[in-house]
Ligand binder design. Structure first.
Ligand code: ATP
Ligand code: MG
Length: 405
């Protein structure tokens, strides 16, 4: 099929009438970014739809896969644009039908926006449907529940025909909903939590706590790789790596063992809140899931959460583990996450962490030492790396060039 362009529908975007222009511009930029390194596509947008021209040799399948993964895209169709000539329309309808399987049903679905066109909807249905039936063997018409619809839009300038509608990622374009700081651990959950908030249009930066020499370079690299994988969906992401060893050691000196995990989480959160302020984020995101482990009971969340008044978003709070795993597989973070490198929390985890810690108790233990300066020191020594998929794209391009030569 000689497709002319890809039609992108926004869905929910249209509800936000006041901001529509900003939403559409962001979506267009995000789609262009996602289409790199395929390069050179013209993207035209109006208030309801976007059109991406395709050229000879374009890899339409690859383009569609990329576009459908962009948040804010509701659905996508590859479209053929043709002159207003019945013979040409018949021929294209037949080409679509030739791709159906034996026994399938279809329907011609005409929308006649140009009311001056010489044939009405009924006549067009008859003419195109009749032509398809005459020239195929094993397909039939079903107007109520067809397996396929051949959509025909009659507009002023031309006729547009398509029969595929691919579902998009939904949600809102990243960059339209403010900024959050994602606590990224290297486990399965937190990258998925990041994707969930990005789906609502939110931009993320990531923060990771590591405790050298107790945690390895590989553990750090794993988090860098996870961030890069997330950046494929959103563009560049800043990753803040916090040196956490001194704080962890101090916690173990002054806090009773069964409370060290609670205290560790509280210190993480105090550092995270400060970094969030510094970068202008309005909320913190984590991968917590109700009841999964000792630190994620309601009692624990209460004792941990009380160190900050900043909103903490927990998009996975009520998910089942298998739902999270499926999502991690879909965004290609699962295989990275299950690499076996030690996390700072795993190493310092007490044998019997309190599942229902008391706020007064943890506050009492922490009052034995002034943690403020160590927290400030950790924030001052944060290493910030900007992680970009574009480095890979540059490499990819160079490899293509090498192949050509
Ligand atoms: P994950 O798979 O995301 O690690 P988990 O089920 O293993 O989650 P925990 O290890 O209890 O859960 O961590 C809960 C949340 O705390 C994580 O989802 C993450 O947001 C945050 N977190 C834990 N460890 C770190 C870390 N080293 N750096 C940054 N955030 C962390
Ligand atoms: Mg973890």
């Amino acid at each position: 099929m000689n497709y002319d362009h890809i039609l992108v529908r926004y869905g929910e975007l249209t509800l936000k009438s006041g901001n529509r222009k900003m939403f559409v511009n962001k979506l267009r930029a995000n789609i262009k970014d996602r289409l790199m390194p395929l390069q050179g596509y013209k993207v035209r947008a109006n208030r309801d739809r976007m059109y991406i021209d395709v050229y000879e040799g374009s890899d339409i399948e690859e383009m569609m896969t990329r576009i459908t993964s962009v948040f804010g895209v509701h659905s996508v169709s590859p479209v053929v644009r043709i002159e207003k000539e019945l013979d040409v329309m018949k021929e294209i309808a037949l080409q679509f039908a030739n791709e159906f399987n034996d026994g399938d049903t279809f329907k011609i679905d005409v929308r006649r926006a140009d009311k001056t066109f010489e044939m009405d909807t009924f006549q067009l249905n008859q003419a195109l449907g009749g032509h398809v039936l005459e020239n195929t063997n094993n397909i039939t018409v079903d107007v109520k529940q067809p397996d396929h619809k051949i959509k025909v839009e009659v507009r002023k300038d031309a006729i547009y025909m398509y029969n595929k509608v691919l579902e998009g990622a939904g949600g809102l374009p990243v960059g339209t909903g403010g900024k959050t700081l994602l606590m990224l651990s290297g486990g399965i959950d937190s990258p998925v939590a990041g994707m969930e908030v990005m789906k609502r249009g939110v931009t993320i930066e990531a923060i990771h706590f590591h405790s050298p020499p107790y945690t390895s370079e590989q553990a750090k690299q794993k988090v860098i790789d996870l961030t890069k994988q997330l950046s494929y969906f959103t563009g560049d992401i800043k990753l803040h790596i916090v040196p956490f060893t001194n704080l962890q050691k101090q916690i173990h000196k002054v806090v009773e063992e069964s409370y060290t995990m609670t205290s560790t989480r509280r210190m993480m959160l105090r550092v995270t809140e400060k970094v969030a302020h510094n970068i202008g984020a309005h909320a913190i995101v984590n991968g917590e899931n109700l009841g999964q482990v000792a630190s994620q009971t309601l009692g624990s969340m209460y004792a941990i959460n009380s160190v900050t008044s900043m909103p903490i978003l927990r998009p996975l709070l009520t998910f089942d583990k298998d739902e999270i795993v499926k999502k991690a597989q879909a965004i290609n973070t699962f295989d990275l996450s299950i690499q076996p490198f030690e996390d700072c929390c795993t190493i310092f985890t007490p044998k019997n962490p309190k599942t229902n810690p008391k706020l007064e108790k943890v506050e009492y233990f922490e009052s034995n030492f002034d943690f403020g300066p160590l927290i400030d020191e950790a924030v001052e020594n944060v290493e910030t790396i900007t992680i970009s998929k574009h480095d890979d794209i540059q490499k990819e391009k160079e490899e293509w060039m090498d192949d050509l030569l």
